[in-house]
Design a protein around this ligand. Structure first.
Ligand SMILES: [Zn+2]
Length: 370
C-alpha cells in the first residue's frame, strides 16, 4: 500500500441503485428529489476522484493521542457549502437541534467503540478530530464521509428520514475513514465490496457496542429507522439475510446477494460495491454468530486485525480477504473455535480462502491450512 497518499472513498449510505429506482418513480416530487440527490452525488464523486487526500506523513511523532474525542458539529443551513456554522463543540451542552445532538453522540459512540474494543484513537489512530455537518441541502436523501468530515441530509420525509437517526450509518461512514488510513481497499469491484462490507461490519458493531448486545440479540441491519413510515422495509441492508431489507413499490426489492452464487456483475456503483458487499457481510455475521457473545470482541477483533495488519493488498479479492481473516484468527487465537468459525463462514457464502498470501506467519511456524 502506498502510505504517502490515500484516495478517500466517496460513499453515500444510500447507494446509487436505490436512488436510480426512485428517480424513475411515477410520483413527480419523489423522482425530482431522488434525481437531485443523484446529481449531487455524481458531481461529488467526480470531484473526489480528481483529488487525493494526503495520508499520514512521517515526521516527529505526535504526543500520545487523547482518550477523548474532539468533536465539532456544524449546521449547513440547507446549503451545500461545508462545513457551515458551528453549533456544538466538544464538551459543550446539547443544543436545541436534535440532529446536531444525535450526530455529536454518534461520533462519540463510534470513537468509544474503536478505542475500547481495539485501542484505536479515532479514524487515523492518532486522535483525528471528528467533524460533522447536519441539515445539508434540502430534502437530501443521503449521508456521506467526504474524506474529511461527515455530512448528513435531512431526508425527504417520504422515503427517508433524518440521516442522523441510525447510529450504524454513522459508524459505517466513519469506518470508510478508518479503511482509508489502513488497508485502503480500492473502491472498485471485489476490493470495493470489501471496503463497503468492512464499513457495514464496524457500523453494526458500533451500534451493538452502544446497546450492549450479543451476536444473537443484534438485528444485523444497516440503517434501521431510516425508512419513512409507509415504506415496506426494515433497513437499507441486512447482514444476516442480504436481499431481505426492503421490498417496496417505490424502492424496489433489496438486490443484495447472500452468497457467491448470486454475485452481481454490473458496471454501475463501482461494479456493484454496495451489492456484492452482502456476501462478505454474511460471512462476518455467520462467523460472529458461531463464535457467540459480543461480536465486537473476537469476530470483530479478527476483522480489525485483518484491516489494520498491513498485509492486505489494496486490491484484495474476496478469497484474499477470506484467507487473511483465517490467518488473523489463527494468529490471535490459535487453531480453535474462532478459526473454524471463520473458515466455515466463508465456505457457507461460497468463498474459498486463497491459498497464497497467507498473512502473519510467526517465525518458525508452518503455513496453516486454509
Ligand atoms: Zn459505504
Amino acid at each position: 500500500m502506498d502510505s504517502s497518499a490515500t484516495t478517500p472513498v466517496f460513499c453515500t449510505i444510500v447507494p446509487p441503485h436505490v436512488l436510480d429506482r426512485l428517480a424513475r418513480a411515477d410520483d413527480a416530487a419523489l423522482s425530482a428529489t431522488a434525481r437531485r440527490t443523484l446529481e449531487h452525488d455524481a458531481r461529488e464523486r467526480t470531484r473526489r476522484q480528481l483529488n487525493t487526500v494526503l495520508g499520514p506523513v512521517g515526521g516527529a511523532p505526535a504526543a500520545a493521542p487523547s482518550d477523548r474525542p474532539a468533536r465539532t458539529i456544524y449546521d449547513a443551513g440547507h446549503q451545500d457549502a461545508l462545513p457551515g456554522r458551528e453549533v456544538r463543540a466538544e464538551g459543550a451542552q446539547p443544543t436545541a437541534d436534535d440532529s446536531a445532538n444525535r450526530a455529536y453522540d454518534a461520533l462519540g459512540a463510534t470513537f468509544e467503540t474503536y478505542l475500547n474494543a481495539y485501542g484505536r484513537h479515532s479514524i487515523d489512530g492518532e486522535g483525528l478530530p471528528l467533524k460533522a455537518s447536519v441539515h445539508y441541502l434540502r430534502d437530501y436523501n443521503n449521508a456521506f464521509w467526504n474524506g474529511e468530515q461527515m455530512v448528513f441530509g435531512d431526508g425527504d420525509g417520504r422515503i427517508f428520514l433524518d440521516f442522523t437517526l441510525p447510529l450504524d450509518v454513522i459508524g459505517h461512514e466513519l469506518t470508510h475513514g478508518v479503511t482509508q488510513y489502513t488497508a485502503n481497499l480500492d473502491y472498485q469491484g471485489q476490493s470495493g465490496a470489501l471496503n463497503e462490507s468492512v464499513s457495514d461490519v464496524f457500523g453494526s458493531l458500533v451500534k451493538q457496542y452502544a446497546l450492549g448486545q450479543t451476536a444473537d440479540q443484534a438485528d444485523w441491519l444497516i440503517g434501521a429507522g431510516l425508512l419513512a413510515p409507509g415504506v415496506n422495509g426494515k433497513a437499507l441492508r441486512s447482514m444476516k439475510e442480504p436481499g431481505t431489507a426492503y421490498d417496496d413499490p417505490q424502492l424496489g426489492k433489496d438486490p443484495q446477494p447472500a452468497s457467491m452464487s448470486g454475485y452481481v456483475t454490473t458496471s454501475q456503483d463501482n461494479s456493484g460495491v454496495h451489492l456484492n458487499s452482502g456476501i462478505p457481510n454474511r460471512a462476518f455475521y455467520l462467523a460472529a454468530a458461531a463464535i457467540g457473545g459480543h461480536a465486537w470482541e473476537q469476530a470483530g477483533q479478527v476483522w480489525y486485525d485483518t484491516l489494520t495488519g498491513g498485509t492486505l493488498s489494496a486490491h484484495a479479492q474476496f478469497a484474499d480477504f477470506a484467507a487473511a481473516t483465517v490467518g488473523a484468527a489463527v494468529a490471535r487465537y490459535g487453531e480453535g473455535v474462532q478459526s473454524r468459525a471463520v473458515r466455515a463462514a466463508w465456505t457457507e457464502v461460497g468463498v474459498t480462502p486463497a491459498a497464497t498470501g497467507l498473512p502473519r506467519q510467526q517465525p518458525g511456524q508452518q503455513p496453516q491450512e486454509v
